[in-house]
Design a protein. Structure first.
Length: 263
């Protein structure tokens, strides 16, 4: 069974606490679910699902989450935050030529991404082209591991409150958590390293897994290639990652309750 929660990170964390055995079992008792900004189609059905999760316990549970604007914030102090690609796109660390190329690619392909009249299959072809050209621009930019870390340090990107508690919960109760992102895995991992509170588990708990677009770096720190497969916004589905080690572990077949987080 799957519970999909979009954009209400506080509810997901409290729900996880309930499954771990120390929180109310009715949605109406979760304070952050009662705000005017929260819209739930059927409270009773969601209550039933949450209680089935609780009855199944932690041994039946896994968490799958997006990163950009789900674990990270969409805005902070009235300003739009960057996603993991945006950390590089808007960084002064990289050349103006890279910024110009990245903006041109956005202007060309983003209207296609949101075009309601285009078939998904056709969109996928364009998204592969977009991400491939963007990754090639990154390779040509002279990016190094050190520059990437500097770009993260100076980026307008922030994590949602309570993420350290979520990681602590999955660590304590041995619950696998998959971060599945069409962004840049090396960047988002560095964001977690730099932005998580000092109280958060270090390094990331063994039960936290990241599947995303990954770079490979030479011994001198220069980025030399992107690994396959390529993930974009329209192939972020189970079919794209079922062959990943996360899903091939035998015990994962028993984890039939999925808490799915997205923006």
């Amino acid at each position: 069974m799957k519970v999909l929660i979009r954009g209400i990170f506080g509810i997901s964390t409290l729900s996880l606490k309930g499954i771990c055995g120390f929180a109310p079992q009715r949605l109406s008792m979760i304070q952050c679910a009662n705000g005017n900004h929260v819209h739930i189609r059927d409270n009773d059905i969601l209550d039933q699902k949450l209680n089935r999760f609780i009855q199944g316990g932690v041994s039946k549970l896994q968490v799958i989450t997006d990163f950009d604007f789900t674990l990270s914030k969409f805005a902070e102090e009235g300003e739009r935050c960057a996603g993991s690609h945006g950390v590089l796109t808007y960084s002064d660390i990289l050349s103006q030529e890279f910024h110009r190329t990245s903006q041109e690619l956005f202007d060309k392909y983003y209207p296609i991404e949101i075009d309601p009249g285009m078939e998904r299959e056709e969109k996928c072809r364009h998204m592969v082209a977009w991400w491939s050209e963007e990754h090639e621009a990154i390779l040509q930019s002279g990016l190094t591991l050190h520059k990437m870390k500097e770009a993260v340090q100076g980026a307008k990107i922030a994590l949602r409150g309570g993420l350290d508690k979520l990681f602590d919960l999955v660590d304590q109760h041995h619950i696998p958590l998959l971060i599945f992102s069409a962004g840049l895995g090396d960047v988002l991992e560095e964001v977690l390293h730099q932005r998580l509170p000092a109280s958060a588990p270090r390094p990331l708990p063994a039960h936290v897994h990241i599947v995303s677009n990954r770079m490979e770096f030479a011994p001198d720190g220069q980025v030399v290639r992107f690994r396959d497969p390529l993930f974009h916004v329209f192939n972020k589905n189970a079919g794209a990652i079922l062959d990943q080690p996360y899903f091939t572990e035998e015990h994962m077949q028993e984890r039939c309750n999925v808490l799915l987080l997205g923006d």
